[in-house]
Design a protein around this ligand. Structure first.
Ligand SMILES: [Zn+2]
Length: 240
């Protein structure tokens, strides 16, 4: 269980977020209904980049070469599953802009990255390559950068949270209740999941501590891109 959450609430604000998502990829504004009909989403929309495009990835600070390469090595593990070309640029300007010199790990979701200033970071990767969760953290945050949301918030997630304990646990860590709801408890609209099933092996799932659940439900940190994660990305970024 992280001590901080990786998706900031209400960032960057709904109008800017929606405008960026639709300008980049008009399919973001549609949700597939169970019967196959498509309708315009109201309040819910996806934030995927336009399939087929080159995604420029920049570092806004200057990690040393080994650190930078370790991040690149983790990010490219997503490359086979998306119809995007990852281009790591020497410039500090890009579509996704990574900051390493800050002790936290979080990311904007997909096209929300288009709403920040040209020199502002869209993803913070404070974790260092020698730390045990380095690769899984980079994979998780970059999953957000590709538009993936939290798997533990899938509408079919069956985690029996012990809510009073969950809130008390995070309150003690100084995390606002709104952030706990936004990153952990609120269920996502099914349309955002691209009809993929709930998957407790997903790299987008948080680990779950047994003491925060009722009964015997616990989950260790997932460390790899799961089969369902791959299927999700293939649906989000199909080849034409
Ligand atoms: Zn996350």
């Amino acid at each position: 269980m992280p001590t901080h959450f990786c998706v900031a609430p209400n960032t960057p604000g709904l109008p800017a977020s929606l405008a960026a998502a639709l300008a980049e990829n008009p399919a973001n504004g549609h949700t597939a209904e169970p019967g196959g009909r498509r309708k315009r989403a109201i309040g819910e929309f996806r934030k995927f980049w336009k399939p087929g495009r080159t995604l420029q990835i920049a570092f806004v600070d200057d990690p040393d070469d080994a650190h930078r390469q370790a991040i690149v090595d983790a990010i490219v593990l997503w490359q086979p599953w998306v119809n995007l070309t990852f281009e790591f640029v020497a410039s500090k300007r890009g579509d996704i802009k990574i900051l390493t010199g800050y002790n936290d790990n979080y990311s904007l979701i997909g096209t929300d990255a288009l709403t920040v200033g040209p020199s502002d970071a869209t993803m913070v990767l404070g974790i260092k390559p020698h730390e045990p969760r380095f690769q899984s953290t980079v994979l998780h945050e970059f999953g957000h950068g590709l538009g993936a949301q939290h798997e533990h918030q899938h509408p079919d997630a069956d985690i029996p949270w012990d809510l009073p304990k969950v809130y008390a646990h995070f309150e003690a860590l100084g995390v606002a209740r709104e952030e706990v709801d936004h990153n952990l408890l609120n269920k996502l609209d099914r349309s955002l999941l691209l009809a993929t099933r709930y998957d407790r092996r997903s790299i987008m799932h948080y680990p779950v501590k047994q003491e925060l659940t009722l009964g015997d439900w616990t989950l260790a940190q997932n460390t790899r891109i799961s089969r369902k994660d791959k299927a999700f990305m293939r649906r989000a970024y199909p080849t034409a």
